[in-house]
Design a protein around this ligand. Structure first.
Ligand SMILES: [Fe+2]
Length: 158
């Protein structure tokens, strides 16, 4: 995240905060994350603990850690699906989560190469395409992911 902050046009502290904290609640048990979601008034995706760890982490960051940056909180909140009109911090976490240097899959290398060669928006479009194709093999796409892909294509494809 920090390595791409400049290219993505976000502040280093936004990159570090979102990067370190987006998976704050990933290790929670499914029933714990569902209970926390109910406590925080989160009503969507209650049947998908895997998706809920983002919204619950954002609330934890706001309530317990005093994080107030709305773009950072929304990046954490939506990092499993993306959303139409997402902030640049969110877009950056989406790219970094897929392509950070410890990711071993071939797509990660390619995403980093595109980032270097063609810039952040080209890398984002590549990562969205790869992630959606991967998810579609096993699950139905989340509506937020479909809307994110359509929106990004309209905004950034040349
Ligand atoms: Fe996550």
């Amino acid at each position: 995240m920090l390595g791409m902050a400049d290219r993505a046009g976000i502040r280093p502290e936004q990159a570090v905060t979102a990067g370190l904290l987006h998976d704050l609640c990933k290790a929670m048990k499914p029933e714990e994350v569902a209970a926390a979601a109910l406590e925080y008034g989160i009503t969507e995706d209650l049947d998908s603990p895997n998706l809920l760890h983002g919204p619950v982490a954002a609330e934890e960051c706001r309530r317990s850690l005093g994080i107030e940056d709305g773009d950072v909180l929304d990046a954490i909140r939506r990092h499993t699906t993306g959303r139409a009109g997402w902030s640049r911090v969110g877009q950056a976490i989406y790219v970094a989560d897929f392509s950070e240097p410890l990711r071993a899959h071939a797509g990660a290398d390619e995403a980093r190469a595109i980032l270097e060669r063609d810039g952040f928006e080209a890398a984002l479009l590549y990562v969205i395409d790869r992630k959606l194709k991967h998810v579609k093999k096993r699950h139905r796409l989340h509506p937020n992911s479909e809307e994110f892909a359509r929106w990004a294509e309209g905004e950034f494809a040349s």
